[in-house]
Design a protein around this ligand. Structure first.
Ligand SMILES: Cc1ncc(COP(=O)(O)O)c(C=O)c1O
Length: 415
């Protein structure tokens, strides 16, 4: 329809939100569907954070705030960067937005001219390329492999950079793979970037606190200080503090960039919710001990899911360093046939089969730019995860290997 802008023609709706809606629809029909598609912690927002929000309401902090955030929150963010990442930002180098998502969008909107390139490693969080295209930029995708731990190598980064490159996006730990870059790996990427002074770095550290096996989180402006003046460090409270619905994200970077992002936000949403900003101050300034408990729980869940998925015929995955996702290969089921006689040709076919016949929602790898894979979110109880993985194992067992008609799978074929 001509009325809708041309720029939307290439844009896909969010697959994860669509899958969550499909799962909700099946649940409403009475099906016992387990959703492993959503990207949010199952924990409740801690009480001291909720109390800060209630207090803000009672004190009448219910009005507009400055566009880039309240002075209290910008200060708390600057202090967080100093305390946890050894980065020195002044509060006016900080912007607060309605979720990390808006902050990222502001950054692309404020900087991309038509045709400007943004380097993104695949598998990627599916919003990056879509946002870049919405802002009329060009995503340049750098494929990675399981052998490299789904991480971009300095050589592949170097190859992707052209005179039109404006940004390289680093997302560590990553959605969807959970891969996280070590300080040494970031330094190696930094060497390439030092040779390319026209390229800026957008680092999305939203899963910073979710790293396992004593992995030490680092962010690029910390380990490559030469890049500090052309790095935007993005983070938020959604994933770390179980605050997805509060919609608070933030970023810090050079003052002119922050001002430009603030201009975009000032003409779109103005400030993030005043109540949520007060809650975020409590999250950042308050007790952080519960994060260790949550991290231990997530690590147990990750290990459980990795071990159960590796027991499923045709599936393979490794334990990632962070986030709350496992990105599993389903190459071993491609070409097999369902009991209903449908050949699984793609990861989308596999995800559809899991949803329609086994009541489990996963997200197909093609949405994140790498097939044949699927993403499982393990932000659920161990009981639920066990039940879901057992369903996936059963689904795999029931597939018939028509690629080799003689091979009969145990317990597989229906009479
Ligand atoms: C990699 C990554 N960045 C940013 C976000 C945005 O989070 P929010 O807008 O809830 O702060 C998400 C959410 O799924 C994400 O996975």
């Amino acid at each position: 329809m001509d009325f809708i802008a041309k720029r939307l023609e290439k844009i896909k709706p969010s697959a994860t939100l669509a899958l969550a809606a499909k799962a909700a629809e099946l649940k409403a029909q009475g099906r016992d569907v387990i959703g492993l598609a959503v990207g949010e912690p199952d924990f409740d927002t801690p009480d001291h954070i909720k109390a800060a929000a209630k207090k803000a309401m009672d004190e009448g902090k219910t009005k507009y705030t400055p566009v880039p955030g309240t002075p209290e929150l910008r200060k708390a963010v600057a202090e967080k960067f100093k305390r946890e990442n050894h980065l020195t930002y002044t509060p006016d180098q900080v912007i607060v937005g309605t979720g990390g998502k808006q902050v990222l969008y502001n950054a692309f909107m404020a900087t991309l001219n038509p045709g400007d390139e943004v380097v993104i490693a695949a598998p990627y969080w599916l919003s990056y390329p879509e946002m870049v295209m919405l802002c009329e930029g060009k995503p340049v995708i750098v494929p990675t492999t399981p052998e490299s731990g789904f991480k971009m190598s300095p050589a592949s980064l170097e190859k992707a950079i052209t005179p039109n490159t404006k940004w390289v996006v680093i997302n560590s730990p990553s959605n969807p793979t959970g891969a996280a870059y070590t300080a040494a790996e970031l330094k190696a990427l930094g060497e390439v970037l030092k040779k390319n002074p026209h390229v800026w770095v957008l680092t999305d550290d939203i899963y910073e606190h979710l790293v396992y096996d004593k992995f030490k989180f680092s962010t690029i402006a910390e380990v490559v200080p030469e890049l500090f003046n052309r790095t935007l460090t993005v983070n938020g409270v959604s994933k770390a503090y179980a605050m997805t619905g509060w919609r608070i994200g933030y970023a810090a970077g050079p003052t002119d960039l922050i001002k430009a992002m603030s201009k975009v936000q000032g003409q779109s949403t103005s400030n993030a919710s005043s109540i949520s900003q007060a809650a975020a101050v409590a999250a950042l300034n308050g007790d952080q001990k519960f994060l260790d408990e949550w991290r231990d729980k997530f690590q147990e869940r990750r290990d459980l899911v990795v071990s159960l998925l590796n027991k499923a015929d045709g599936l393979k995955c490794t334990a990632p360093e962070g986030a709350f996702y496992v990105f599993a290969s389903c190459e071993g089921v491609i070409g097999k046939t369902t009991p209903e006689g449908k050949v699984i040709q793609t990861d989308t076919d596999f995800a559809t089969y899991l949803l329609e016949k086994h009541d489990v929602v996963v997200v197909q790898g093609v949405e994140f730019g790498l097939s044949p894979y699927f993403r499982v979110s393990y932000a659920l109880s161990k009981e639920t995860l066990t039940k879901a993985c057992e369903r996936i194992q059963k689904a795999c067992r029931e597939l018939v290997d028509t690629r080799q008609p003689q091979v009969k799978k145990s317990g597989g074929m229906k009479p």
